[in-house]
Design a protein around this ligand. Structure first.
Ligand code: HEM
Length: 196
């Protein structure tokens, strides 16, 4: 699936808001999470290993959400009925997100799209992209808590390449840092103005 075919994926488009931070602050954030060029290299390597496994990764994550009604509610109507079309459309963007995460260096368009993704988890933009009637806000506590499953479940997929243990570890570490970095960027709409 090419970018243009993914419903609601607006990376690089003018409609995407500005990032609340500039390049300098972004560099400091990367430093804070110990994200280096070596991590960028290992993410690109991870992208090669994951190519062909994206659907399996998504099955794992969707299975995890489906097993937890307190998470599944955010893909459901306020009455608790899962919205299949919503799940499917978001799944395609989720797959692209894996590819984007594994395709550093992260440029200005990437940084701006992080603000968009953050907003899409909050009442400011959730449900709008797919025009659905679902619960309209994901509490912040689940955003940061989700970093663990999104990271831990990735390891077996990274092991499926032909790389030695040390390289797998480095790819996994780089993935972990990239997810922390992004969830930190996505937290902006949740933080009281001026406190971010
Ligand atoms: C959307 C990743 C936390 C539910 C998305 C998208 C990505 C993503 C990549 C699609 C972005 C786009 O539109 O291009 C993540 C990651 C998380 C996280 C990495 C934390 C580490 C959560 C949690 C929930 C959740 C805890 C609760 C079940 C959703 C929903 C959407 C979405 C419902 C669609 C939002 C909309 O209406 O546009 N997420 N997510 N996410 N995510 Fe998350």
């Amino acid at each position: 699936m090419s970018h243009e075919d993914i419903p609601g994926y607006t990376y690089g488009e003018e409609s995407v808001p500005d990032s609340p931070i500039d390049r300098e602050d972004f560099d400091l954030l990367k430093e804070t999470v110990m994200f280096t060029e070596e991590d960028e290299e290992h993410l690109r390597l991870a992208g090669e290993v994951l190519d062909g496994q994206i659907d399996d990764v998504l099955d794992t994550w969707y299975g995890f959400v489906a097993d937890h009604p307190h998470l599944m509610q955010y893909f459901s109507t306020p009455g608790g009925e899962p919205i299949e079309e919503y799940l499917e459309r978001v799944r395609a963007r989720f797959g692209q997100w894996i590819r984007d995460t594994c395709n550093p260096p992260y440029d200005d368009d990437w940084l701006r799209y992080q603000q968009e993704i953050g907003l899409r988890h909050t009442r400011r933009k959730k449900n709008q992209t797919d025009d659905v009637n679902s619960v309209n806000h994901i509490p912040f506590r689940y955003m940061s808590a989700f970093i663990y499953p999104i990271t831990a479940t990735m390891r077996p997929f990274l092991e499926n390449g032909d790389h030695d243990e040390e390289t797998v570890e480095k790819m996994h570490d780089a993935w972990f840092k990239a997810v922390v970095l992004q969830v930190t960027l996505w937290s902006n709409p949740y933080v009281i103005a001026g406190d971010y």
